[in-house]
Design a protein around this ligand. Structure first.
Ligand SMILES: Cc1ncc(COP(=O)(O)O)c(C=O)c1O
Length: 446
């Protein structure tokens, strides 16, 4: 098996499938979080058997409490109508506030640094409109290799709006314009060497960075604290897309001095398809000029309908429009599990679960599967990004789908699998490894 960190490559002898499954079941019996999987709806195959679900990094499973929570909002709307904005158990005008308070500890923020609003790409635009202030000679934006396409579109469009040529202004460490750095870019991950080379050569030209805290393609968990500090050293504002990090890895946005961040809540946070996004604005920046709307006006003033904008305190002052309470209800339901379990326990299981998958693949498919995700637990979250070494990866992926195993395919050649500690078991992981082995033998006729 190839690995982006060959020094940490596990060497293991192959267990029989029965032994692998019994080892997994023993770990499940001792897992204090094992009961949580029954708090979710599991998609089923036509046989009635549960799908083996490893795509919580794309769309998290539906918490069983979600329907009830959405019904409560429908019922408040039905019985109270417009009065629901201010009356009832959870008035619509303030529905988002407890959600922001509950999200803050998951990302290591002060409560007033977080608000829930809009969707992720929209929020990245709003944040860039406030933070990207190009000056002659300092106008470039730094991104990671394999940034999510929407982030590239956001960045390129802001550059273009400011009359800056995106081709010339987007800086990706390891790309051609950093001589000698290309060879330190391994498997598409962001290496220290490539970042240093970029900052040494171009630091003063960079205005801002937008980097995925966990990259969607490689699964690399960036050293957010270290990178933020290095960016600040050369006068670069540090912005993070935490779509794949929130609810997945431990974050300390306030303590790490992150300038701004945004994330969606429909992946590891299970709020539902198209669920709301959240933003973090460090408290030193919340008073900075930003685009505004009436929902950012302090509630005591908002319905006076005064044209003067008097911002609510903190990130809440960055709100624009009244949100979809039905979607917020999905998030409200999903956060119950995170309140109860906490990121520390989730992370502890996540590290062991992902390592279990890595080991099972290493012992069964050493010459067939390469993992481009870094091997160190501090450099990854739940996801492993797999490459089928002898080709026909797409066939392998399709065959997994046919067997009721949900991973996903990311062009050009990556199968992503994310064992989610809240609802995946060690047995799920053992079964994934055994399906993958059978499929690869089939596709390659070995
Ligand atoms: C890293 C990353 N950024 C941005 C997005 C875009 O999210 P949205 O469609 O909610 O704007 C996604 C979606 O999967 C993503 O994975």
């Amino acid at each position: 098996m190839t690995h982006s960190n060959p020094a940490l490559r596990p060497h293991r002898t192959r267990r029989t499938t029965a032994d692998l499954l019994s080892a997994a079941r023993a770990l499940d019996r001792e897992d204090p979080l094992s009961a949580w999987r029954e708090a979710f709806h599991w998609p089923k195959m036509s046989t009635g058997e549960r799908i083996l679900y490893f795509t919580g990094n794309s769309l998290g499973l539906q918490p069983r409490v979600a329907a009830q929570r959405v019904k409560e909002v429908l019922s408040a709307w039905a019985t109270l109508g417009v009065d629901g904005h201010f009356t009832g158990d959870r008035p619509f005008t303030t529905y988002h506030r407890p959600l922001a308070k509950r999200l803050a500890p998951l990302v290591g923020a002060e409560a007033r640094e977080v608000t829930v609003m809009n969707s992720l790409t929209v929020n990245l635009h709003l944040l860039l409109s406030a933070f990207y202030r190009p000056e002659p000679g300092k106008f470039r934006i730094l991104m990671e290799p394999h940034a999510f396409p929407s982030d590239s579109h956001v960045v390129a469009s802001h550059l273009a709006l400011h009359g800056v040529d995106p081709e010339a202004a987007i800086l990706v460490p390891g790309a051609d314009d950093v001589p000698g750095a290309g060879n330190v870019l391994s498997n598409g991950t962001l290496s220290d060497g490539a970042l240093s080379a970029s900052l040494d050569m171009h630091g003063p030209e960079i205005a801002l960075s937008l980097i995925g805290g966990v990259n969607y393609w490689t699964g690399q968990f960036m050293d957010m604290k270290g990178i933020t500090a290095r960016l600040h050293d050369v006068g670069v504002l540090a912005g993070w897309d935490l779509a794949h990090a929130a609810g997945n890895v431990p974050l300390e946005l306030h303590a790490w001095n992150v300038d701004f961040a945004a994330w969606c809540t429909y992946k590891y946070l299970n709020s539902g398809p198209g669920g709301p996004s959240a933003i973090f604005v460090h408290e030193r920046h919340t008073a900075r000029p930003h685009v505004a709307g009436w929902w950012g006006v302090d509630l005591a003033e908002r319905f006076r309908m005064d044209p003067t904008f008097r911002a609510a305190d903190g990130a809440e002052g960055w709100q624009l429009s009244n949100p979809s309470i039905l979607m917020l209800a999905g998030l409200d339901a999903a956060l119950d599990a995170f309140d109860a379990v906490g990121m520390t326990a989730l992370r502890e299981k996540s590290v062991r679960l992902t390592r279990f998958l890595e080991d099972a693949l290493a012992e069964r498919l050493p010459d067939d599967i390469g993992i481009i995700t870094p091997a160190g637990p501090d450099e990854r979250g739940a996801q492993l990004s797999l490459r089928v070494l002898r080709g026909r990866g797409r066939h392998v992926y399709n065959a997994l789908q046919d067997r009721g195993v949900r991973c996903d395919w990311r062009e050009p050649d990556i199968i992503r699998a994310a064992p989610v500690p809240l609802y995946n078991s060690f047995e799920d992981v053992a079964r994934l490894a055994s399906h993958l082995e059978a499929v690869i033998r089939d596709v390659h006729g070995t």
